[in-house]
Ligand binder design. Structure first.
Ligand code: SF4
Length: 422
């Protein structure tokens, strides 16, 4: 390799130039595009008609860090509940903007339930589910008219599971006229991108401010998503919402979402993300928020919560002490963040290392703000603690976890308090 290739470049490509959309509620403003940090959003899975249950889940998602929360508005009962959900959130001091997800009957619900239309901060419109034939254009126009009336932004959210069939037929006809027709996959990509852009342009023709339109084109395959968004990013400058739809459960959902979104984010594509994980039965919905944050934070795009660096463990660790400690500290740090982020500015940049033995323990711990190297098999039962690169103390006994947590708290209080920062 030539030495002229140094210094080695790092980081994502420059963000693509996008328009700037604002989703607001009261004094809270969430900016999407226009160079704003990539925003994390989520969606509830409660019955929206259950106002209290939905408000509680929204509060949990917001507390976990969701900057916008989407709720399905699928029935008159759901639409009627939206103002009550908003009021309940206000009573709980939760000012996260709400997005209404509309399919099939959105034009009717938005017209019949003006308090719902007003309480929402954004509408998601799926152009494939707005209506069929002549009704389609009319009903789409009705939704845009309500958005304009209440001055709300919209997301034109195309999904290949519900692609506008008339548009797909048109693109297929155009393809059949080509001397060398495109493969079916390329036709599908073209239909997705065309649907998003044509509907955005149609909304602007209907009077919508172009700075109030966000686009998405969700598919469930990693390579499909990357291909579609690259094309979408090249063809328009609306802010883009990224998400691998129906990503799936457990590690598969996380891995697939991470693989797809990382490639796009690295290329400077994407202004807001949602991780569409299927929760395990009884699982915690906030996981999708945490995964979204972790994707952005591990890529160095944003900082949300102190990161715990932990080794995987190996034959040198014969007990679960270090796994328990890594888990406890990670959970502790995340649980503190809703309070800490207001009291200890910059704490989200902190790194904590929890290592299993002397092989990499001291070295890795020295790179972190605080690190602990637990004793591996055959080592004396002592755990040196490193603070800002220097060994400061050694913990022993069966209260190592509690003592280490206290050391972390003291570090946070002494290094990130507002007075210290000032
Ligand atoms: S730091 Fe020690 S325990 Fe952890 S993986 Fe490396 S050798 Fe194994």
């Amino acid at each position: 390799m030539s030495s002229s290739s140094f210094p080695i470049a790092s980081g994502p490509l420059a963000r693509r130039q996008r328009r700037r959309a604002v989703i607001s509620y009261g004094d809270r403003q969430v900016v999407v595009g226009g160079g704003a940090p990539v925003m994390v959003q989520s969606m509830t899975n409660t019955d929206t008609a259950d106002a209290i249950g939905t408000a509680i889940q929204i509060k949990d998602l917001a507390r976990a860090g969701s900057e916008v929360v989407r709720i399905t508005v699928n029935s008159p009962e759901a639409a009627a509940a939206v103002p009550a959900i908003r009021e309940q959130l206000d009573r709980m001091g939760v000012d996260v903007p709400l997005v209404g997800d509309f399919h099939y009957n959105g034009h009717t619900l938005l017209n019949d339930y003006p308090d719902c239309a007003q309480a929402l901060s954004k509408y998601r419109i799926n152009p494939g589910n707005v209506g069929k034939g002549a009704k389609r254009d009319t009903q789409f126009a009705q939704m845009i008219e309500v958005a304009c009336r209440y001055d709300k932004p919209v997301r034109i959210g195309v999904n290949w599971g519900s692609l506008d069939q008339a548009l797909l037929a048109r693109i297929m006809d155009e393809n059949a006229q080509r001397k060398e027709p495109w493969p079916a996959q390329a036709v599908m990509y073209e239909a997705l991108v065309t649907s998003a852009i044509e509907n955005a342009q149609r909304a602007e023709e209907l009077g919508m401010d172009g700075n109030k339109i966000i686009l998405s084109c969700k598919v469930s395959g990693v390579q499909d998503l990357i291909a579609v968004y690259r094309e979408l990013a090249n063809r328009c400058d609306y802010p883009l919402h990224l998400g691998l739809t129906e990503a799936g459960m457990g590690s598969k959902g996380i891995v697939a979402s991470t693989a797809a979104l990382s490639v796009l984010l690295q290329e400077g594509i994407g202004d807001t993300i949602r991780i569409s994980l299927t929760p395990e039965p009884g699982g915690d919905r906030t996981r999708e928020v945490i995964v979204g944050q972790e994707i952005l934070q591990t890529m160095g795009l944003r900082k949300f919560t102190p990161m715990v660096i932990a080794c995987p463990g190996c034959g040198r660790t014969t007990s679960t002490v270090f796994q328990d400690l890594a888990d406890k500290i990670q959970t502790y740090l995340r649980e503190q963040m809703p309070v800490w982020k207001g009291v200890y500015p910059g704490v989200e940049s902190m790194n904590v290392a929890v290592m299993g033995c002397i092989v990499n323990g001291p070295g890795e711990s020295k790179h972190a703000n605080i690190g602990i190297s637990l004793p591996g098999t055959g080592e004396s039962p002592a755990a040196p603690v490193f603070i800002d690169g220097e060994k400061r103390m050694t913990l022993r006994g069966d209260r190592i976890a509690e003592e280490f947590q206290s050391i972390v708290l003291e570090y946070v209080q002494s290094h990130y308090s507002k007075q210290t920062a000032a």
